[in-house]
Design a binder for this molecule. Structure first.
Ligand SMILES: [Cu+2]
Length: 239
């Protein structure tokens, strides 16, 4: 009888322990508050002798996943992104992209991205990622000024896109953003930098994006937030 009681107690402890681990992981899991965000159509545009759909995608990067963001200003007539929660229930110590980590754009479209950057940062471990690659003209704009990259010692995040195996094999896009004007005192609603760039969407299919600035902890800065899906990674659906 004693053995049976101890057996039952051990089982209960094991079930509770596994339950707590599952609960802990699910709390950390990314739940995009806005689902898949589709780029907004702003008309047609001529590019390299071809008339293309022109769409605008707006997102932000924030110092704290567990905070709020303000209203983002629109450009090119695209609708504003309203204020809201960056990542409900997210880790307050971790930065995050918002309002989603899942975006969709039409195949072959001329995509203009408006990126509101509010986070701190530091020195990148490979200067390649401090420059714009795969954008129209090989450039980006920072607060309206056209540049080919940012200061690799003061950068925050990158938006780097690669196709999934079997999709548009030559496609590559990588764009850096500078640190918030408040540096280490970055907040989710002040000191923002506005980065814009355009690219031509590839063929239909699934593309993965991630940040290549090591904004996490451990293993060269690529642990923690960098190795948890959703905060610094996601999907670009080309439809
Ligand atoms: Cu990052």
């Amino acid at each position: 009888m004693k053995r049976l009681i101890w057996g039952v107690i051990s089982l209960v402890i094991a079930v509770v322990a596994v339950g707590l681990v599952v609960f802990g992981f699910s709390k950390q899991q990314y739940h995009a508050p806005d689902g898949t965000v589709a780029a907004k159509s702003v008309g047609m545009i001529q590019y390299q002798g071809k008339t293309r759909d022109h769409v605008v995608l707006t997102f932000g990067t924030y110092a704290s996943a567990q905070g709020k963001y303000g209203t983002m200003l629109s450009v090119d007539g695209a609708p504003n992104v309203p204020s809201g929660e960056v990542h409900p229930g997210g880790n307050p110590q971790w930065p995050a992209y918002s309002p989603s980590n899942q975006f969709s754009v039409p195949a072959g479209a001329y995509v203009t991205v408006v990126w509101h950057q509010y986070d701190s940062g530091g020195a990148v471990n490979n200067p390649y990622f401090a420059r714009a690659h795969g954008t129209v003209g090989g450039t980006e704009t920072v607060n309206g000024k056209t540049v080919t990259g940012v200061d690799g010692n003061n950068m925050a995040h990158t938006f780097t896109v690669r196709p999934a195996p079997g999709t548009a094999s030559g496609f590559f896009l990588s764009v850096p953003s500078p640190v918030s004007k408040l540096g280490d005192n970055a907040t989710n609603t002040a000191g923002g930098q506005v980065v814009t760039f355009s690219f031509i969407a590839g063929a239909k299919g699934l593309y993965a994006w991630n940040c290549e600035f090591p904004c996490g902890l451990g293993i060269g800065g690529f642990g923690a937030v960098m190795s948890s899906y959703g905060y610094m990674s996601g999907y670009l659906h080309v439809v």
